[in-house]
Design a protein around this ligand. Structure first.
Ligand SMILES: *Cc1c(COP(=O)(O)O)cnc(C)c1O
Length: 401
């Protein structure tokens, strides 16, 4: 689109500035805030103009399943944030993960993934891909030899999330990228838990990054969204046709909400990260809490890796209640400010009992193998005053006696 901005943005802008201005394409009205183009299609002045649009001579918009000005602004801003050449938005995080995986494989290929994955991602790798003749191997994410041993000549991509859900263990992204590349495969990273502010997988060697924008990118619990980022070549050859023809397109309205979310992402994540760090320390001092897992603490088993690949401990904390499931339920039920919910990255602090909700589908043995105990709680720290969150946790712990 034509933009009446007189000077193009300097390339050296820092992330917070990019998140306010990046990708903005103004209409002829010169609006300050990003315009919301709620339109399915576009009109052409002549048949010749339509022909030029369709044969690619004129790079304008054709149909909102392919692209839309508001969605394109969100994609451009995400690409600037991530340092990626290109981005494509999707209706949900799972649409992004599914397309990123399906677009890289065909029958006869093989993928390797870390076993500690978001439940639906695990379904895609373990159940969906094999139905189409794509074999998959799950490995223990921390075990680099396991990744190496799983590689086959037909391995096309390696897939991981770090920190993992809900146990917040880390995978060495740079090391796994090296293993992938040595075997002629790509590395695809689900970067939801770290957020784009605290971890940059492309800089660490990953080839493809996916997000559920539903989480911190919206950050205020309003809409679903997803995004896939990578090189121009990856987007053009592996994603473009798949996304256009199968149609997991992001609604322009949701793209607009997410664009506004990106403006405040750095200050939100910084505040949530700072609060999470204080709350993790406070929980670690409690007798009722058997163990706290927080990547920003020195007692995290991979604290050194956390310092190397993350810019903060993150906005999530996992902890085991000494009294098991019963204590976990009593504690969570007694909270007044922190809400019981399975979402994360929200302005509102949310607490989840993974064993009975998000990870209920897994057998008890698989859960135990992943370190998801009956007493484990996952806390997503929000934007409330940290003192109110500490007070709330304190009064709920007091009810345990
Ligand atoms: C939420 C989430 C997803 C899926 O995103 P949706 O927007 O809910 O489809 C994928 N991966 C991780 C790590 C998530 O937290």
């Amino acid at each position: 689109m034509n933009s009446p901005v007189r000077n193009p943005l300097p390339a050296s802008l820092r992330p917070a500035t990019r998140l306010v201005h990046g990708g903005t394409a103004r209409s002829q009205f010169g609006e300050v805030s990003e315009a919301l183009f709620l339109t399915q299609g576009y009109v052409y002045s002549t048949m010749q103009a339509a022909e030029a649009r369709f044969n690619g001579d004129d790079p304008g918009f054709i149909y909102s399943r392919f692209s839309n000005p508001t969605v394109a602004m969100f994609e451009e801003r995400m690409a600037l944030l991530e340092g990626a050449e290109a981005a494509r938005a999707t209706a949900t995080g799972m649409a992004a993960v599914t397309a990123a995986m399906m677009g890289q494989v065909q029958a006869g290929d093989h993928v390797v993934a870390a076993e500690a994955l978001f439940g639906s991602c695990r379904y895609v790798v373990e159940e969906l891909l094999p139905r189409f003749g794509v074999a998959s191997t799950l490995v223990q994410g921390e075990d680099l030899d396991g990744w190496r041993a799983a590689m086959r000549p037909e391995t096309k991509t390696l897939f991981l999330e770090s920190p993992t859900n809900p146990t917040l263990s880390l995978v060495d992204i740079a090391a796994v990228a090296e293993i992938a590349h040595a075997g002629g495969a790509t590395l695809t990273v689900d970067n939801v838990f770290a957020t784009p502010m605290l971890q940059s997988p492309l800089e660490l060697g990953a080839d493809v990054v996916v997000y559920s924008a539903t989480k911190h990118i919206d950050g205020q619990g309003r809409c679903l969204g997803g995004v896939i980022l990578g090189s121009n070549e990856f987007i053009d050859t592996k994603m473009q046709t798949l996304l256009r023809q199968t149609g997991p397109a992001l609604s322009p309205f949701n793209a607009w909400v997410l664009l506004k979310g990106l403006e405040t992402l750095p200050i939100r994540v910084a505040a949530q990260d700072a609060s999470a760090s204080r709350i993790a320390d406070a929980l670690a001092d409690q007798a009722a809490v058997a163990r706290v897992i927080y990547p920003g603490r020195d007692d995290h088993p991979q604290a050194e890796l956390a310092r190397r690949q993350m810019k903060g401990g993150g906005t999530l904390i996992a902890f085991d209640m000494a009294g098991g499931k019963e204590a976990a339920f009593r504690f969570a039920n007694a909270l007044r400010v922190i809400l019981i919910s399975n979402n994360l990255g929200d302005a509102k602090s949310l607490i989840t009992h993974p064993a009975t909700t998000t990870h209920q589908r897994l057998s008890a043995e698989v859960r135990a193998g992943l370190g998801i105990g009956e007493g484990m709680l996952r806390l997503s720290v929000g934007l409330e005053d940290v003192h109110d969150l500490l007070d709330d946790i304190g009064q709920a712990l007091a009810t345990l006696g």
